[in-house]
Design a protein around this ligand. Structure first.
Ligand code: HEM
Ligand SMILES: *[C@@H]1O[C@H](CO)[C@@H](O)[C@H](O)[C@H]1NC(C)=O
Ligand SMILES: *[C@@H]1O[C@H](CO)[C@@H](O)[C@H](O)[C@H]1NC(C)=O
Length: 325
């Protein structure tokens, strides 16, 4: 091949590389902030002493960040001129939390490496550490995201999956951001820890899909327990464990719960109880192999973390996660 043709071939190969994940890397802060993970871990360990749920809150923030215009830290922005905070979108309001700990992490990181680490990357690092602290496995967190300068409240209302939809709709929500069925089942496994409010599942207990009856896919004993926690006409903000078998541990009990008809959300139980669904065998696989689940979970977290990141000179490194610079 002539050197001209060779150069042409190399240039086309470079142009054809996928753009979305070409620029994130696990060593992004190796020289600019080598201790960033330890600093993030220290703050989360401290926070966990007062809030056993903090890890669950932090990983959910990363999920709700990434599903709305990519992992750009947009969920962390407060209302301001030109910013309609995503915190007030339906799926987030009075539900997502962990913001004060994100601010504490940011302060600690700024103290050691000012102006270097994005808020979007802090959520990615915090997610992995939260899973490890809960007893899960580690994965190579990909870094180099920059922070967005806008929020998208309407996008948060329309892109974040509702717990009251069909499996098909949830699959659609995930495929919209490039996540497949295995990613959906693996990532749903994050409901192995954390809490949900009665309002997120109470229709299943009394009037499922306006039938006047409970969801037929709930185990009878579990139904009784949930009805005691969430009586009809009671406080819809009462919290209960997403994983009734091991509430605060990151393990594969979420999947055995589904096999036992003890999934809390409609969209959890549907992964196992939808007739003929291709998700059933994936649930069975993760229920029978915690390692298999952990491996898939790490891979899917990397994929989720790769949703449209801002890189290079796009966006900015916010100095305060709540505000654009
Ligand atoms: C598959 C679609 C999903 C739906 C429909 C969904 C829905 C929900 C709902 C309704 C809650 C309870 C909120 C409340 O009552 O205040 C919740 C909590 C939670 N979700 Fe999901 N979720 C999904 C996927 C995910 C993913 C992909 C992750 C992370 C990778 C995740 C992590 C969590 C965690 C950790 C909690 C507990 C948070 C806490 O204790 O504060 N969820 N989710
Ligand atoms: C890294 O950070 C941790 C937690 O803040 C601290 O204990 C440790 O001494 C730091 N290491 C270095 C080399 O700065
Ligand atoms: C995704 O989620 C939204 C909000 O829950 C829903 O209205 C929409 O129909 C879902 N499906 C797809 C394919 O986006």
């Amino acid at each position: 091949m002539s050197s001209f043709l060779l150069k042409l071939a190399i240039m086309s190969a470079i142009l054809l590389l996928p753009r979305s994940n070409a620029q994130l890397s696990s060593t992004f802060y190796a020289t600019t902030c080598p201790n960033v993970s330890a600093v993030v871990r220290g703050v989360i360990e401290q926070a966990a002493q007062n809030d056993v749920r903090i890890g669950a809150k932090l990983i959910r923030l990363h999920f709700h960040d990434c599903f709305v215009d990519g992992c750009d830290g947009s969920i962390l922005l407060d209302n301001a001129d030109g910013i309609d905070s995503e915190k007030e979108a339906g799926p987030n309001k009075d539900s997502v939390d962990g913001f004060p700990v994100v601010d504490d992490i940011k302060t600690a990181v700024e103290n050691v490496c000012p102006g270097v680490v994005s808020c979007a990357d802090i959520l990615a690092i915090a997610s992995q550490i939260s899973v490890s602290l809960g007893g899960g496995q580690t994965w190579e967190v990909q870094l180099g995201r920059r922070d967005g300068r806008t929020a998208n409240r309407a996008g948060a209302d329309s892109n974040l999956p509702s717990p009251f939809t069909t499996l098909e709709e949830i699959k659609g929500n995930f495929s919209n951001v490039g996540l497949d069925t295995t990613d959906l089942v693996a990532l749903s496994g994050a409901h192995t820890f954390g809490r949900a409010r009665c309002r997120s599942f109470s229709p299943r207990l009394y009037d499922f899909k306006s039938t006047g009856n409970p969801d037929p896919s709930i185990d009878a004993t579990y139904l009784e327990t949930l009805r005691q926690t969430c009586p009809q006409g009671g406080n819809e903000d009462t919290l209960t464990n997403l994983d009734q078998a091991s509430a605060n541990d990151f393990d594969n009990n979420y999947f055995t719960n589904l096999q036992n008809n003890k999934g809390l959300l409609q969209t959890d139980q549907e992964l196992f109880s939808t007739t003929g669904a291709d998700t059933i065998e994936i649930v069975n696989r993760f229920a029978s192999s915690q390692c298999g689940f952990f491996d898939s979970f790490g891979q899917s977290m990397i994929k989720m973390g790769n949703i449209s990141p801002l890189t290079g000179s796009n966006g900015e490194i916010r100095s305060n996660c709540k505000r654009v610079n």
